[in-house]
Design a protein around this ligand. Structure first.
Ligand SMILES: *[C@@H]1O[C@H](CO)[C@@H](O)[C@H](O)[C@H]1NC(C)=O
Ligand SMILES: *[C@@H]1O[C@H](CO)[C@@H](O)[C@H](O)[C@H]1NC(C)=O
Ligand SMILES: CC(=O)N[C@H]1CO[C@H](CO)[C@@H](O)[C@@H]1O
Length: 328
């Protein structure tokens, strides 16, 4: 148990740096018709140093609206580099309110990130497998199906502050922030949604709220004294509420993988589907990942193919111990 907590804390800490490492490129004409039936855009949070060329290379049929949070001269940028990816997402919603494409993926810039719902943490299959008609029918969909981190109860808000572990900074700050973001709405007793602030949403769904709402959320982000990690995470655990889902929004993972990604043969137990998303050993992937593994070992094409194949050949593991290694 101690080890689990250490790993989770490590993930949170990594979440900070990962989440600060934004990126993208391109822009304008988000409503242009792509090659498919629907106009669709990646809204990418990035920093100047980031490289989003993988998106152009592997997903050329998508339009890319890359925000560069740390360059005031960038084509798309934010009023202030604050609140992590939330500032980018809200700025896009405000900037393009009159000109949304049919479908938008709000996402980070990195191809390999520990939280991508894939055996190698690779965003390319995640994005390529997206089942667009289903996403359009759902209007808001989280990019993760696995429950680990976020579901089924990331925050228990009816506990008194004194009983909450001091390290749970988001849970402590959430009630007051909720009141400020959603005045007049009743604070939920529990909030649960798959982590990590990447999601798909339709034009109609964003337009259900007036642009003033998005402006208010962004003003809150600009004004809040909370640090970026906490304010970003408060929005991370609010997007599903903003887009009309109940405070606990944790679809059955087996059904989720099937409908969202077309992966229908996974065996799932207790919110997890075998090694489809192996619990990462560290939140920072080794340099050279995935060709370089956790122990610095070089993986052959065959090994990589086998690990990718784990996406469908799921075995059941419920111990954190076995989840903590990609190579089991
Ligand atoms: C900025 O926008 C212009 C006009 O659309 C485009 O030509 C240029 O490539 C963009 N620059 C970057 C860095 O995306
Ligand atoms: C900021 O973006 C502009 C426009 O793309 C570019 O010309 C400039 O080099 C960038 N600044 C830095 C510091 O990278
Ligand atoms: C659960 C599972 O299928 N694990 C496999 C993942 O890939 C490695 C490398 O090919 C195999 O050795 C595992 O058996």
């Amino acid at each position: 148990m101690v080890r689990v907590i250490v790993v989770l804390l490590g993930l949170s800490a990594i979440g900070v740096s990962l989440r600060t490492s934004y990126h993208s490129q391109h822009l304008l004409m988000p409503a242009e018709e792509g090659r498919g039936r629907h106009s669709k855009t990646f809204v990418v949070a990035s920093l100047e140093k980031d490289d989003v060329s993988w998106l152009h290379k592997y997903l050329p049929e998508w339009h890319i609206s890359r925000y560069v949070a740390d360059n005031a001269s960038a084509n798309l940028t934010v009023p202030k580099n604050k609140g992590q990816e939330a500032m980018v997402y809200l700025t896009y919603m405000i900037d393009f309110y009159d000109n949304f494409p049919d479908l938008m993926v709000f996402m980070h810039n990195g191809r390999y990130q520990w939280h991508n719902d894939d055996p190698l943490y690779d965003a390319v299959p995640v994005l390529r497998n997206l089942q667009l008609p289903y996403l359009i029918s759902q209007q808001y969909t989280n990019l993760r199906c696995v429950w680990t981190l976020g579901c089924p109860a990331e925050m228990e808000l009816d506990k008194s502050i004194e009983t909450i572990d001091a390290s749970r900074t988001t849970e402590i700050a959430y009630p007051k922030a909720f009141e400020e973001l959603f005045p007049g709405q009743t604070l939920p007793s529990t909030v649960g949604v798959a982590c990590c602030a990447q999601f798909v949403v339709t034009r109609e769904k964003i337009l259900e709220r007036p642009v003033e709402d998005y402006k208010r959320y962004r003003q809150w982000l600009l004004d809040t004294p909370l640090d970026d990690y906490v304010s970003g995470r408060i929005l991370e655990y609010s997007w599903h509420i903003i887009f009309g889902k109940p405070p606990v929004h944790c679809p059955d993972p087996k059904e989720c993988y099937c409908k969202v990604f077309g992966q229908c043969d996974l065996e799932c137990v207790e919110g997890e589907c075998g090694q489809h998303w192996p619990f990462p050993r560290f939140s920072t992937l080794p340099r050279g990942w995935p060709t370089v593994g956790w122990d610095g070992e070089i993986r052959s094409d065959e090994v990589l193919a086998g690990l990718r194949g784990n996406a469908t050949a799921a075995s059941i593991t419920t111990e954190f111990g076995s989840k903590s290694s990609v190579l089991t």
